[in-house]
Design a protein around this ligand. Sequence first.
Ligand code: PRX
Length: 569
Amino acid sequence: MVAPGNIGSYESRVRDFCWSIAEEELGIAGKNQVNIGYLCTDRNCRRGLGGKTAMYWENSNGQTKTYTFDQLRLATNTYAQLLKDLGVKPGDRVCLFMDRVPDLYIAFLGILKLGGIVQPLFSAFGEEALETRMADAETTAAITQMKHVRKLRRIREKLPTLKHIIVVDGNADTIKEGEVAFNLDNAKSVEHFDVYPSERETPSVLHYTSGTTGKPKGALHVHGSIVSQHLTSRWVLDLQPDDIYWCTADPGWVTGTSYGIIGAWSTGTTQFVFDGGFSSEVWYRLIDKYKVTVWYSAPTAIRMLMRDGDELVKKFKLTTLRHLVSVGEPLAAECVLWSQKVFGKAFHDSYWQTETGCILISNYPGMKIKPGSMGRPFPGITATVLDLKTHQPLSETGKVGLIAIKPGWPSMMRTYWNNSATYYGKFKNGWYICGDRASLDADGYFWFVGRDDDVINTGGHLVGPFEIESALIEHGAVAESAAVGTPDPVNMEVVKAFIVLKPGHVPSDDLELDIMNFIRKRLSPLAMPQHIEFVESLPKTRSGKILRRVLRAKEWNEPVGDLSTLEND
Ligand code: PRX
């Protein structure tokens, strides 16, 4: 079967696959120099797309802006030059701490043109979440907005490497000493910038992600990642020249950078960016207004749309939508069937991770969708399911094991920043272990089962129990705690904290609220426990490790499993 557009059938693409297809398309075959900032801007202008709209932007107040690829080229040059003039050097980490304003997207590419390493941080992060990540990365500069700068001011003294804070909507009256007010609209546009001659292995983006143990880990990516981000954008997202593409993810997370910036613009696609929260009505209105054709979103959003009903959909003209893709959490069969019913198009699931940089497994356009399955590996990706104990590929279909990928695709992380031991620990028997469980069916489709660790996936965002528990312990009333995921109809799971109080403190609604707010401010609204249960003690192993899986199993009404190591059983 021939897929929509000109991307070819899945079978023929698998048979004839070579990553050089993307290199040819990007014009980098046989060349050493590869710079994501250049390829997403100047190169599009050189191939005649300078006047094409690169970005339609709108915020929740209804303000709008539009940038052509030529304006994007100039604006990214301007950011690169600003950083260079400040003394930021190639290899320095520059953090982006902003809402989805145009500067976020532009500065991202400007930093890359300079050869800096972009460190995107979610703008809702609290001081502690910020400090942990910036201290680990030894961040040199931060680019932020007035509404977020206060958090940086409060931790600046604890970050000796942080030399520059650039405030994109600041002015001489609002900024503090040692900060730079910068306004792109008033800045002198830089026509020419000598793009840093980065190569495929030159570091590009440092994305922090949560694990079960220890602090968040920085997955380090390289400029060569664009090869797989480009090809997956073409073949899985099916981006074509006339598309209006909307990736609803925030660039604080990997989907918002790999596909909300790099894949969108390496393919020269016009994308729409919305700087605002979720509302079914607003989202439908925006699809209608901007005539969105390709939509990349997540199951939590789909569930919220479903909750708001089918009648609302009918109020808008959504017939421009031609391809829908989902990521971040299991996409239930009922979501696929619902989208088929109301939009006339099924959501196509896609599976990948911060660490992998690009889509690994997906429902390729034109391929038969089995609702509830993640689909098959992207051509060029070798994926399998390994036995839980032996780490050998399972020969039996239908048996649950670990999702594993043969290393070597271009956008694989190159290490965890300052933590190569954990990076190497992710490989077993020559496979990269994703840390998720799935089964494979006889047709080679993957069926997601769950995570293989204690990380909580709330609304498609991973939060690490360790980070929450470390923050909880700083609250005056908390003696010890365990954070686990508990079922939630919209967000799949939300954080629940089991808390043992210090002597002299008694459970109360006020205390519960105080603890919740404490975490929201320090870490983020996502990490805030939605439920708190005060307990006398926590289940632990004989060696004193908290057995979160026991608490989790009870929340999900699942069997607890082997309790032979339980101390206080
Ligand atoms: O557990 C899997 C889940 O999200 C994890 C990766 O999260 P993160 O690194 O934040 O990247 C999210 C965006 C790529 C995975 O290990 N996950 C991601 N996609 C799916 C999924 N779970 C089920 N189905 C998916 N399609």
